[in-house]
Design a protein around this ligand. Structure first.
Ligand SMILES: Cc1cc2nc3c(=O)[nH]c(=O)nc-3n(C[C@H](O)[C@H](O)[C@H](O)COP(=O)(O)OP(=O)(O)OC[C@H]3O[C@@H](n4cnc5c(N)ncnc54)[C@H](O)[C@@H]3O)c2cc1C
Length: 292
């Protein structure tokens, strides 16, 4: 029996684990992928105090080292479902765990366009990670989809490698002005407004896309069209949910006793590292308060 299980080792889950461990709880973090969550996919971390010229991968490595320094166990596995009996029973791919308290910090994942064959080309021409796949686009023609900060920030990184980048923006550009100006000044980047992908074409690998305006031969497409909360594993818990985001009170408690949630999986205003860290800390504080 574990005191607290945390689902997700992004900023929210890691921050909560650090505080809980220091409060003296037996805490474990379950992570299906890599420690750091979406920070891993961030080329250059912006807006997080004290971190101004660092890759997301570096910051994620520091999260991991911090947990290791405090002897916090990270279980590399995926939570498939959770049941509430007296305690929480978590069914993982490789084991079953039981805890008294739960923090849901499973964050968000990249939205797809929802087109035919899309999943088939993920990793075979479709990517969500400029930092991981950027070096493979050397001298290639690529397309970036999206008009927000992520699309423009990641284009800055991709432009170091790719021969030609076309940014397709379906509606309007929402990226911050300083990012837009930087991208606009690049010789190998073209921004195309009111253009969207309608079809993916290729055999094993993606070779071209059909848009509402033309067909473009591509070596890769990077999708930055938004994020969706990861809540599939929560079907058996009767959680209050709004637009797929978990609703919490001011103490980061859900509607279920001893179940808290923090970070980008909750319904909130700002989806950033700083806010996610703060929410993880608040959830840990609430659990500690509940035990005083
Ligand atoms: C491309 C990009 C660039 C960004 N740049 C910045 C930036 O510069 N500055 C900034 O402040 N913010 C930035 N953000 C936002 C920031 O990354 C997020 O706000 C932050 O990572 C949210 O933290 P989190 O812990 O809530 O969730 P996440 O970081 O999403 O982590 C959740 C973790 O939970 C794991 N998980 C999910 N489901 C399960 C399951 N069933 N079982 C086990 N594990 C599970 C996931 O694998 C993931 O590791 C960026 C985001 C993106 C996508």
């Amino acid at each position: 029996m574990i005191d607290v299980l945390i689902v997700g080792a992004g900023p929210a889950g890691c921050a909560a684990a650090v505080y809980l461990k220091r409060y003296g709880f037996n805490v474990k973090v379950i992570e299906k992928s890599i420690v750091g969550g979406n920070v891993v996919f961030t080329n250059k971390v912006d807006n997080y105090l004290g971190i101004f010229d660092e890759t997301g991968l570096n910051l994620s490595t520091k999260f991991k080292e911090h947990l290791k320094f405090l002897d916090i166990e990270i279980i590399n596995d995926q939570v498939l479902s959770i049941e509430k009996k007296d305690n929480f029973i978590l069914k993982l791919k490789n084991s079953t765990l039981e805890s008294k308290y739960l923090i849901l910090a499973s964050g968000r994942t990249f939205k797809r366009l929802g087109l035919e064959n899309e999943e088939k080309y993920v990793g075979r021409g479709i990517s969500f990670c400029a930092i991981c796949d950027g070096p493979m686009t050397k001298n290639k023609n690529i397309v970036v989809v999206g008009g927000g900060n992520s699309a423009f920030e990641e284009t800055l990184h991709l432009a170091k490698y790719a021969k030609e980048i076309t940014i397709l923006v379906r509606d309007e550009i929402r990226a911050d002005k300083y990012l837009f100006d930087k991208v606009k000044s690049l010789d190998n980047v073209t921004i195309s407004l009111k253009e969207e992908i309608l079809e993916y074409k290729g055999d094993i690998y993606l070779t071209s896309i059909v848009t509402n305006k033309r067909e473009i031969n591509v070596d890769a497409v990077f999708l930055y069209v938004g994020l969706v909360p990861q809540i599939d594993y929560l079907k058996d818990l009767n959680l209050n949910i709004k637009n797929n985001y978990i609703i919490v009170d001011k103490n980061y408690k859900t509607n279920i006793d001893r179940c808290y949630a923090a970070g980008d999986v909750i319904d909130k205003r700002m989806y950033q590292i700083a806010t996610s860290v703060a929410e993880g800390v608040e959830a840990a504080f609430s659990i500690n308060e509940d035990n005083i």
